[in-house]
Design a protein around this ligand. Structure first.
Ligand code: G
Ligand code: G
Ligand code: MN
Ligand code: NA
Length: 254
């Protein structure tokens, strides 16, 4: 079967799985949230990364049914976390541009929150700058609605889009996630370090929490702590894994 055809069939049959990667706080590395990341399992046991199929889903419209399935899986996972005693561990969902401007996103989120009896802080939304650029007015309206309905919003891959600072002035944003590209060499490259310092300062003045993504070693982790970053994510803190694996290794912290 061609890639696109088998993808379509997989969406119809819900043949995907969600993995979850921890975000931690400073200074104690406590888990403060999980990011939900979709994977497409293959018959040979390998997993196809979303970078290889989400763009195709975006172009073909498959992203709407797939995204709806993701919302349901995340709400279900959030319920499992609560039942295991993790009372306040929000899960962040990546939302594509098409999903953001569909008319159903907020209603679908409310529906799954209701279906699994979740509270207000259970689900967070990650948006990229590119989804705010096209159809800006629609994006702004949906974001405001998300916020007023209790879904916190993070700006993902921050710094890589056509980041217009007016977004930060005008939009209700709760969190900035510094893109991995700036973290990769932050512990030795002056230009990366300067950019990270500037993003952290921006977050502090605007009272928006700043999380660094893609942290792979202790020197990056320490650099970001010493420079006032609020939170950390990356293989150094934990890889994306199935919820069952997360629950098997971690216990709720008091
Ligand atoms: O997990 P990984 O690094 O392979 O993710 C690659 C990209 O796929 C990231 O940009 C991420 O935001 C996106 N992505 C991961 N899971 C989802 C999902 O459930 N929905 C959407 N729309 N994008 C996702
Ligand atoms: O675009 P977004 O930030 O949603 O994508 C996150 C992606 O980054 C996921 O595909 C995830 O698997 C990947 N990722 C998470 N931590 C690390 C890391 O420490 N190093 C690298 N190279 N990728 C990471
Ligand atoms: Mn993300
Ligand atoms: Na990101």
């Amino acid at each position: 079967l061609h890639f696109a055809a088998s993808l379509k069939r997989a969406v119809k049959r819900h043949e995907f799985e969600m993995h979850f990667q921890p975000m931690t706080n400073y200074p104690d590395m406590r888990v403060i949230g999980l990011e939900a990341l979709i994977r497409w399992p293959q018959e040979d046991g390998t997993l196809i990364s979303p970078t290889d199929f989400i763009p195709i889903c975006e172009e073909s419209g498959l992203i709407l049914p797939l995204g709806k399935w993701v919302l349901n899986q995340v709400a279900k996972a959030s319920r499992e976390l609560k039942d295991a005693g993790f009372d306040n561990l929000p899960i962040s969902i990546n939302i594509s541009p098409t999903e953001l401007r569909s008319n159903d996103l907020v209603a679908n989120l409310r529906a799954v929150r209701e279906a699994y009896s979740l509270g207000n802080n259970a689900i967070h939304i990650e948006l990229t700058e590119s989804s705010l650029i096209e159809h800006r007015d629609k994006a702004v309206a949906v974001m405001k609605q998300l916020r007023s309905d209790g879904f916190a919003v993070a700006l993902d891959d921050f710094g890589t889009g056509f980041s217009s600072l007016s977004y930060l002035r005008d939009l209700p944003i709760d969190m900035l996630k510094i893109d991995q590209a700036f973290i990769r060499n932050v512990d030795w490259d002056v230009r990366s370090a300067t950019i990270c310092d500037a993003i952290i300062a921006l977050g502090k003045s605007l009272k928006i929490r700043v999380i660094a993504e893609g942290i792979e070693r202790s020197s990056q982790y320490r650099w970001l702590y010493q420079h006032g970053c609020d939170g950390a994510q990356g293989f150094y803190l934990g890889k994306p894994e199935r919820l069952s694996a997360f629950l098997a290794r971690r216990t709720p912290e008091k």
